[in-house]
Design a binder for this molecule. Sequence first.
Ligand code: A3P
Length: 326
Amino acid sequence: MASTEGLQAYEEDNLLLSLPKEKGWAARHLYLFQGFWCPSNFIEGVIKFQNHFLAKDSDVIVASFPKSGTTWLKALTFAIINRQRFSSSHNHPLLTSNSHELVPFLDFIFHADNIHDKLSHLSNMTEPRVFGTHIPFPSLSQSIKESNCKIVYICRNPFDTFVSFWIFANKINPHSLHQLQIEEALENYCKGTIGFGPTWEHMLGYWKESIATPNKVLFLKYEELKENANFYVKRVAEFLDCPFTEEEESNGVIESIINLCSFEKMKNLEINKAGTFDRNYGKKYLFRKGEVGDWVNYFSPAMIEKLSKTVEEKLGGSGLSFKTSP
Ligand code: A3P
């Protein structure tokens, strides 16, 4: 008789064989799973998450397309929610742990782990629990959709997201045979074959949900957060039902959260200069430039035309638009 692990591996192989497959970026291949493109080693974690994760009403989910400001929004959300527990900016957990360690990805949390140990660990976590995810809205677990937990989503203009993704993919896998030239990467990005893509559908899924259920999903843009962090930090706190008091505002609590989570502060922390997170990616690669409009240094006129056309085709009429320069 086949062992449970053997059976599971067999079922996973069969599932993979049945899925459409394309060349990946850092990963060798991407598979079209539930309407989004995913490296093979993520699929198991996503299925386990969908089958086992039980959301609590007090949970907060930080959702994003990769390279849209996830690390930043995880830090801000963690700092906003836990501001009473960790009021001193001298011994704040964000000074000794990367935000991905404090706000784990649901997408990988069950990967290769004993489900029962993981579930008991999750149910014992201090509340409110804060998690991250890159999974598109339709593929979130039913319990997230049906509970009263809240989702804060961040997205970014496709030009900067693409450049950030392309550089990150090449850095985390410098010796890979699967590195793509920027033109080929853009072709794939426009086609949608990128981890968790198509980007447009990812954004539109959360965008539509934020319009239909504004108390459930808050939709943020990287460029707006950069331009007016004070306003959006307050907005996130209100959305999460923990608004800043007048006293907190006059004591500079909002500013100290913004400073604690700023690009310069986070990039220069010793804990973010070395070591790895999640799937062994170097933490230092999470912090590159943190600017709006850096894409102009990488795009040829033909690439600008290609991506502009695609954005118009995919997002035109949705009401979703972006600032692409500072
Ligand atoms: P760049 O590659 O354009 O510099 P993610 O966290 O979703 O992986 O997104 C990574 C992008 O966010 C990178 O963009 C990174 O530099 C930027 N970033 C990381 N931390 C940031 C912060 N605290 N403030 C602003 N941008 C940040």
